[in-house]
Design a protein around this ligand. Structure first.
Ligand code: ATP
Length: 236
């Protein structure tokens, strides 16, 4: 579904992403894990045409997205950015209806989606009064509009309480069962290790290792200390 070949992105002297090669298979739940600043969001944005790659090529469903813009790439793709910005004066339902109009998706999808992410009752209230977790749920609903075949979720559980996190992964499981390909980022290994098929560990813009959690554990080249590093990262 996704083929990333030799992709790099520099911001001046900062090598945000360096020579990344990755494959994400159709129907897979794929995790990108790494500390703050590892390059996860930049890689996401390049896959979506929000940021241009300095070098390399990205193909989605066989089509090159290199040099394309978000509006050309986004059909069939749902995206939950790391920081979603909403108009505080709109209600949850109005917000979703606004995104539905932008995406050319029928408004009738909005209410069922709000219910799916646990915002059925809050849908009539202004977003101004939403907690961080509720905003995250609304962002997730926005990403699910149009029943995308591919979902990019950037740190999707930020702000969710344990129950919210459990519900979120339940929805992911149902989506995966329906054949949706899901790529999500996190810096919490313990949270995603049981929930992704494979994961790539990013550090300083590079992919250090990629595979199933079991394979990464068993691989002699994956230092145990990496887990410790990630565990330390969890505390930030
Ligand atoms: P986080 O977990 O904090 O979101 P990340 O792994 O998603 O981190 P990126 O946001 O991709 O990492 O950032 C990778 C590097 O690129 C960082 O050093 C960051 O400061 C830098 N960077 C990202 N976006 C820009 C930008 N627009 N201008 C300059 N530097 C940037």
């Amino acid at each position: 579904m996704i083929e990333i070949s030799g992709v790099s992105r520099r911001y001046g002297e900062v090598h945000a992403v360096s020579g990344v090669d990755l494959r994400v298979h159709a129907g897979e739940v794929f995790g990108l894990i790494g500390h703050n600043g590892a390059g996860k969001s930049t890689l996401f944005k390049m896959m979506l045409g929000l940021v241009a790659a300095s070098t390399g090529e990205i193909r989605i469903a066989g089509e090159s997205v290199t040099g394309k813009r978000f509006r050309e790439v986004r059909r069939g793709i749902g995206y939950l950015p790391e920081n979603v910005v909403f108009h505080d004066n709109l209600t949850g339902l109005e917000t979703l209806a606004f995104f539905a109009r932008l995406k050319g998706v029928p408004r009738t999808q909005c209410a069922p989606l709000l219910e799916r992410v646990g915002l059925a009752e809050a849908g009539g209230r202004r977003v101004r009064g939403y907690s961080k977790g509720m905003r995250q749920r609304l962002g997730f609903a926005q990403a699910l509009l149009g029943e995308p075949r591919l979902l990019f979720l950037d740190e999707p559980t930020t702000g969710l309480d344990p129950e919210g996190i459990r519900e979120f992964y339940e929805i992911l499981r149902a989506l995966r069962a329906g054949g949706t390909t899901i790529v999500l980022t996190s810096h919490i290994l313990s949270e995603i290790q049981e929930r992704v098929g494979r994961l790539a560990i990013m550090k300083s813009g590079r992919v250090q290792a990629c595979g199933t959690v079991q394979a990464l554990r068993e691989a002699a080249h994956l230092p145990l200390r990496f887990e410790l590093e990630l565990a330390e990262g969890d505390e930030h």
